[in-house]
Design a protein around this ligand. Sequence first.
Ligand code: 7TS
Length: 402
Amino acid sequence: MLDVKKIRGDFPIYQSDKPFVYLDSASTTQKPQVVIDAVSTYYNAYAANIHRALYEIGEKATDAYENVRLKVKAFLNVPDTHSVIFTRSTTESLNLVAYAWGQKFLKAEDDVLVSEMEHHSNLVPWQLASKKKGVNLDYIPLADDGTLDTSKLGDLISSNTKLVSVGHQSNVFGTVNPVKEIIAAAKSVGAVTVLDGAQAVPHMAVDITDIHCDFYAFSGHKMVGPTGVGVLIGRTELLDKMDPFMSGGEMINTVTMKESTWNDVPWKFEAGTPNIAQVIGLGAAIDYLQLIGVDAIHDHEQSLLKYGLEILSQNKDITLYGNAANRGAVIPFNVKRVHSHDLAKFLDTDGICVRAGHHCAQPIMNHLGVSATARASFYLYNDKNDIDQLAKSIEKTARIFA
Ligand code: 7TS
C-alpha cells in the first residue's frame, strides 16, 4: 500500500479539519500542490504566448509547453513526438477524430463499431458522424457481468468496418477491456482504431507502442492535472492526411486572400492560443505520478477495490454491478429503497463524495434496467478508512429510508 498520509500531505484540499472522503476520482481528481504551483508559476513568472514571442519569457513558455509533449511521449511510450496533440479534454480529442477523420474518410454504408459500454463522449460524436454520412453504427454488446461480449467480434467486424472505437477502461464498471484483441480484429480488416483512455491513463501503465492503436484520447484532470487539457495521440500518417478540426492562428503554414496551407502535425490541430498553463500543469501531474509510480498506484487501488467489494457486499441492502476479472478501482452500486441522488446527498452530510446518476453512459443504465447508480472510485490518496466510512454512512442512510 502507498503511504497515504504522506501523499495527502501533497494535496492542499486534505489540509483541513473538515471530514473529507473523496471517492469520485473517476469524475475528476484532486490536485497536488506541485501541479497548482506549475500553473500559478506560469501566470506569475512567465505568462506569454507560445510559438511567436521572441523575448525571454515567450521562449520559456514555448519550451515549457513543448517539453510536456516529450513528457507525454515518454510516459506512454508513444513512438513519435509529432503524434501528441494537446486538446481541451478527452471529449474534444474524440470529437477531433470523429470530425477530422470521419468527415473526410467515412462514406455512406460504411460500418463504425463502438460498444454498449461507452461514455457518451465516445458515442455521441459517432452517432452524429453516422447521421451526417449515412454510416451504420454497430455496438459490441455488454454482458451482464460488465464486460464486453467479444465472442461477437467475428460477426461484427467485416471488410465494411472502417473504424472501431472503444473505451480502454469503463468509467461505470471499471472493466479493463481486451483492447489488444479488439484492435487485432479491427486491423485484420484494415479498420482505423480509436481508444478512449480517460479512465486508463490515470490508473495503469499504458504503452501506446505495444497497444498499437491509431488514436488514443485522455484528459489531464482525471490524473491529478488541471481541467482544460486533454491529449489526442494519433498515428502521424493518418494525422497528415486529415483535414484540420479547427482553423485560425498557428495551425497554418501560409495564408493568402484566396487559400491557406497547413502547419505540420501536431500544430495543425492546435489552432489558436492553447491552454498553455494547463498543459504545463499536465506536465507536473505526469512528473508527480511517475514519482509515486504508476504501478504502485495501480496496486494500491487494486487492494482498495478488493477491500471495498468485500465490505460493501456484506450489506444486504447494497446491489453491486459488474464483476470483471480485469477491473480498475470503480464500484457502481445501488442501495435498496434509496435513489442514488438521495444517497449521494446523505453521504455528503458525512463529508463523503460519490457520484450518482447515469455517469454519461445511459446505454449501460438501460442494460442494467436502472435509471442511475451510485459510484465510488478510488485513487492514490484513498485508504481503507475511506471505505469504512462509506460503508457506515450507507448503513446510516439505509436505516433512515427503512
Ligand atoms: N471517456 C470516459 C471513459 C470518461 O470516463 C469520461 C469522463 C470521458 C470520456 C470524458 O472526459 P472529459 O474529460 O472530456 O469530460 N467521465 C466522467 C465520469 O465518469 N464522471 O464524470 C465524468
